[in-house]
Design a protein around this ligand. Structure first.
Ligand code: SF4
Length: 372
């Protein structure tokens, strides 16, 4: 069974660090976009999914009527046997929208909290503030959608270790089932990128960032959140099944502007931005811009990069099942080199990163490159 990602590229406000495929929702052809999205979903070969993830942009930026159209189509045309997640921003989690999500079978919410510090939230140009976070979580709990992931960021402008400790205290108090805690990455074509180039904004250097990462990992472990991926933390039963589809390098569909998928060993990429996507769907009944067939070597490399992100690592059994060769045999010299460096562990069933391996992640990943 496969997974499905649905992209909603609209936001009520544009954050200063964001390089996702998104656009301000005001004056956008949102209804036409949903028509195109439905058209694309009708072309999918599979109708039964183990996970569905609706992300963005911000899906909760849609009106209730638009949300209902999307949810209704999914419920009438697909089955979702497992995790069904919607991304949401704290200021947009209204009772009406939550009722809709709940009534149409959504069973998990990914809440974009990012920081508990109002000054930092302003610098990020987030649309929510500190109070919205608590209000939205209260709504989620009351309606019985208590399976939510709290998305946080560190390495933010002006952030101190005290800010991280404050976030940890709120996490401990609120007890979300899942935490994603990513480092801020400054991407080109963002407001932050330009501000840094002009010398108007500073962020921490690599050493400080590494210290903050350790602080986050230790802090979450101390309050009972096991780490199961480089930036994700949860008890086993609440690990994100949808994201594990990506990290296990399994097949999935992606629909919407700029979305991508991985089906039958081919990666495909949809057109963007929104008007191009709508036009392409209306004229060609397809939005695929590019399809890349991966060589066996590239598939194996991806299996390693993605799998090593998880604490459990890369399964030797799955590796043999997929590639018809043993991992120990295929990467004999590389594994020996990495074990000598103490960057990986081998329990006989999985190859996984050690703590020091995690800190030098890229060097480990490079060791597994055989193509090019
Ligand atoms: S809400 Fe999310 S997708 Fe929208 S601008 Fe902010 S970070 Fe980007």
């Amino acid at each position: 069974m496969k997974s499905l990602y649905i992209h909603i590229p609209f936001c009520n406000r544009i954050c200063t660090y964001c390089d996702f495929t998104k656009v301000l929702i005001k004056n956008q052809p949102v209804d036409d976009y949903i028509d195109a999205l439905i058209m694309e979903m009708k072309t999918l070969e599979h109708k039964d999914f183990k996970t569905v993830y609706v992300g963005g942009g911000t899906p909760t930026a849609l009106s209730e009527a638009q949300l209902e159209r999307l949810l209704k189509f999914i419920s009438e045309n697909f089955t979702v046997s497992g995790e069904y997640t919607f991304e949401a921003n704290p200021d947009e989690v209204t009772t009406g929208k939550l009722d809709l999500l709940k009534n149409y079978g959504v069973n998990r919410v990914s809440l974009g909290v990012q920081s508990f510090n109002d000054d930092i939230l302003k610098v990020l140009n987030r649309s929510h503030d500190f109070d919205d976070i608590f209000r939205s979580i209260d709504h989620l709990e009351k309606i019985g959608l208590s399976n939510y992931s709290m998305d946080l960021m560190y390495n933010l402008p002006g952030e101190t270790f005290n800010d991280i400790d404050t976030s940890l205290r709120y996490v401990e108090e609120l007890k979300p089932k899942h935490i994603s805690w990513y480092s801020l990455i400054i991407e080109p074509h963002t407001v932050f990128y330009n501000e840094i180039k002009k010398g108007r904004l500073k962020i921490d250097d690599d050493n400080k960032e590494a210290e903050k990462y350790l602080h986050v990992m230790d802090g979450l472990q101390a309050i009972g959140y096991p780490q199961y991926e480089i930036s994700n933390f949860a008890e086993k039963e609440y690990e994100s099944e949808h994201n594990k589809t990506y990290w296990r390098n399994d097949n999935y569909y992606g629909v919407g502007a700029g979305a991508h998928g991985y089906i039958n060993n081919e990666r495909y990429y949809n057109v963007k931005p929104v008007p191009h996507y709508i036009k392409s769907m209306n004229e060609n009944h397809s939005a695929v811009k590019e399809t890349i067939e991966l060589s066996e070597t590239e598939k194996i490399e991806e299996e390693m990069f993605l799998g090593l992100r998880m604490t459990e690592g890369v399964s030797k059994e799955r590796f043999r099942g997929k590639f018809n060769v043993g991992l120990d045999e295929y990467y004999k010299d590389e594994l020996s080199f990495l074990k000598d460096k103490k960057w990986i562990t081998d329990d006989g069933r999985h190859i996984a990163l050690t703590d020091s391996g995690r800190m030098v992640g890229n060097e480990v990943f490079i060791a597994f490159l055989k193509s090019s």
